[in-house]
Design a protein. Sequence first.
Length: 160
Amino acid sequence: MPHRTHTPIVLEPEYIEGFRQIYEEKIVFNKTLGLKLVKVTPEGVEARIDMRPELVGHFAYNRIHGGVISAVLDAIGSAAVMAALAAKHMDEPPAKRLERFAKLGTIDLRVDYLRPGIGEHFTITANALRVGSRVGSSRMEFCGPDGTLMSTGAAAYIVS
């Protein structure tokens, strides 16, 4: 049997820029959190947030609030699903694929807080596990500056 090689799908710069504007600017709550996308591919999404006084949940330890962790895991989980969904619809122009964000919504979100969120900055990664015609699911990780896993998440999203 001949072995078929998988050609990776590359999202266009126009799509990536629109994606970035949606997640970093148009979703104002993400902007408030300081969420910055680092990498967007159909295989996964990576983002970063810098610790700021406004994000403190425990003043005595300068620990990030659990709600911030939950919010950024949700945001990046949905971003991974949207990037994977975009890759399934490369026959559509970038603007049409970006319109799909209007139908996105969180169905279920689970967060496990494994370690205290203490650090100068944090990295959040996610990958889509499955993207169907109506629902997508993802797994997410929230890590400290040295790469230590601090929280994990799993989510399901409506995509249509």
